[in-house]
Design a protein around this ligand. Structure first.
Ligand code: AMP
Ligand code: MG
Length: 521
């Protein structure tokens, strides 16, 4: 642990809040405030990710040391750590929300690993900061398990994401009204240490534009490009062309992230601009969910139950809207904003093309067929069909199959008992066309290729909830087992099929935590 090398570029190059106590306030002309994590009653390491530890050059012995638990629960600092909370704003549910900031996240520092890579370590749930507003700066076990498991599951699915190093129970009790319905209860407190190249968000730039603080805006943007996007700099000179290239890269990585979400059936749930990473990483795991039956209008977030703004099928459009807000934030640094507008306009066609390629791969076809894809989406919506199981089973179909055999093969994906009545009608035509494609493609590698993009194991909402219920009562076996299974989402792992690759059971359909989640965490 003591060998970790910290780099202080962020705090050395960017303006700091001169006030060093954590009284809630508006912090102006500063990118961060120095803070101290809260000490906890009885910290205990519940789980850690050896893969993330490796990124940080931490050995197994390091991870099992008392110092590791103390540091990553917020109880101790290593010699060279100078913890801080970041200042940012954001658009929440379409409205400008002013200053938000790290209300319960504290950066411990940037580690430079043996390969020269920079990784920022951030504790989530480690106590109050100037940005905590009316809240306590803490996190509960259920939401921390959800963040830990999902970050790592997403990484192993190949979806760009922030990572999770560790999950510690704090031994403290946290007072939470889980459904904002006037029934608060004490819950177990927890701290996750998450890891990313940086935790800068769209809102990190919006806050300075909103305050017309163009000096800090420019300082932050130049710093961001120099530190995290040096490949965009030509002749050691940063100008508006560099800014445009930077914005184009953010558009591109954001687009790629959304394509992956659509591929695996992930719904973020709170795509506010403060929850959009400038690195195109999935960030801030709150009331997210996984599609069970394919329903583009589904959102797990109860706060969004009326408008479905952040539903599965709207994520690409919302990402575009959020990118527009980022463009507007940096626009004051341009005398002519045409290049920004042009870059933004390129998003929709680029997204469409990438979506088609992704869908072609999911279907295991040599070419994309728009009518086939469209009809598929209609079919999936018409009969309650499990998205993950459907695509996984589709790979088992071969060119020699009859239409009846095809329908039989995908039938485990249907929810409900009456599917046979409808299935024969709506799927017959579709399989007729699909079989023609795979006959003429004659691709011997089809099944193998499909199984690399269509996961068998995802963090189904009810599985996360079962692991949470067990851990809440002190049993972390399922948390560990699920973590291991989700590291190989594309492998068959037949021994885990009955337990972790099944449709949502009926009891989970309307159960809190399984189908509906609030932002309370
Ligand atoms: P989120 O919806 O989780 O992205 O959070 C929106 C804002 O609320 C961010 O500024 C968070 O830091 C802040 N926040 C969320 N939960 C808490 C909490 N328990 N204590 C302090 N700030 C919080
Ligand atoms: Mg957030």
């Amino acid at each position: 642990m003591k060998h970790l090398r910290f780099d202080h570029t962020f705090i050395d190059k960017l303006p700091a809040d001169p006030v060093t106590h954590s009284v809630r306030r508006q912090v102006v002309e500063a990118c961060y405030s120095f803070v101290s994590p809260k000490t906890t009653a009885a910290p205990k390491l519940l789980i850690h990710s050896p893969e993330v530890a490796e990124l940080l050059d931490l050995s197994d012995k390091d991870c099992h040391s008392d110092l590791f638990t103390q540091v990553f629960s917020g109880n101790a600092l290593l010699d060279d750590m100078k913890p801080y909370a970041m200042c940012y704003g954001g658009h929440q549910f379409g409205n400008w929300a002013g200053q938000l900031g790290d209300g319960r996240a504290i950066v411990l520092g940037d580690v430079i690993n043996n390969k020269g890579e920079r990784w920022t370590l951030q504790l989530k749930g480690a106590g109050e900061t100037p940005y905590s507003r009316s809240a306590d700066g803490l996190a509960v076990l259920r939401s921390s398990i959800r963040e830990f498991l999902c970050s790592e599951a997403m990484f192993h699915l190949g979806v760009p994401t922030t990572r999770a190093l560790s999950l510690c129970a704090t031994g403290d009790q946290v007072w939470r009204d889980m459904f904002y319905d006037g029934h608060p209860e004490y819950e177990h407190g927890a701290v996750v240490c998450r890891v990313a190249p940086s935790f800068l968000r769209f809102g990190s730039f919006e806050i300075f534009a909103a305050r017309n603080d163009l000096k800090t805006l420019k300082t932050l943007l130049d710093f961001t490009i120099r530190t995290y996007f040096p490949h965009l700099i030509q002749d050691d000179n940063i100008n508006t062309d560099t800014y445009t290239r930077w914005f184009a890269e953010v558009c591109d990585t954001t687009k790629t992230m959304i394509i992956h979400w659509q591929r695996v059936g992930f719904v973020h749930g709170v795509m506010n601009t403060d929850n959009m990473s400038i690195h195109g990483l999935t960030i801030d795991y709150g009331p997210y969910g996984w599609l069970e039956d394919y329903n583009p209008d589904w959102t797990p977030n109860t706060t969004d139950a009326t408008n479905h703004r952040y539903a599965f099928g709207k994520q690409a459009h919302i990402a575009h809207w959020n990118l527009m807000k980022l463009a507007q934030a940096i626009a004051p640094l341009f005398s002519d904003t045409t290049p920004l507008q042009d870059t933004l306009n390129a998003y929709a066609p680029a997204y469409k093309k990438a979506w088609q390629t992704m869908m072609q791969q999911k279907l295991g076809l040599n070419t994309f067929d728009e009518a086939l894809a469209e009809q598929l989406m209609n079919n999936l919506e018409r009969i309650e069909t499990d998205m993950t199981i459907f695509f996984r089973k589709l790979a088992d179909i071969s060119a020699q199959n009859t239409i009846e055999q095809c329908i039989q093969t995908i039938s485990p994906a249907f929810y409900g008992d009456d599917w046979e009545v409808y299935a024969s009608n709506i799927w017959k035509d579709w399989f007729n066309d699909y079989l023609k494609h795979i006959q003429s493609d004659n691709n011997a590698n089809r099944k193998q290729a499909m199984n690399l993009v269509n996961p068998k194991y995802v963090l189904r909402n009810y599985l996360a909830q079962l692991a949470i219920d067990k851990a809440d009562s002190g049993d972390v076996f399922m948390l560990h087992e699920l973590f291991e299974v989700l590291k190989k989402p594309y492998a068959e792992q037949p021994e885990f099929e009955d337990k972790y690759a099944q449709k949502r059971p009926d009891w989970a359909k309307e159960k809190a935590g399984c189908s509906m989640l609030s932002c309370s965490s």
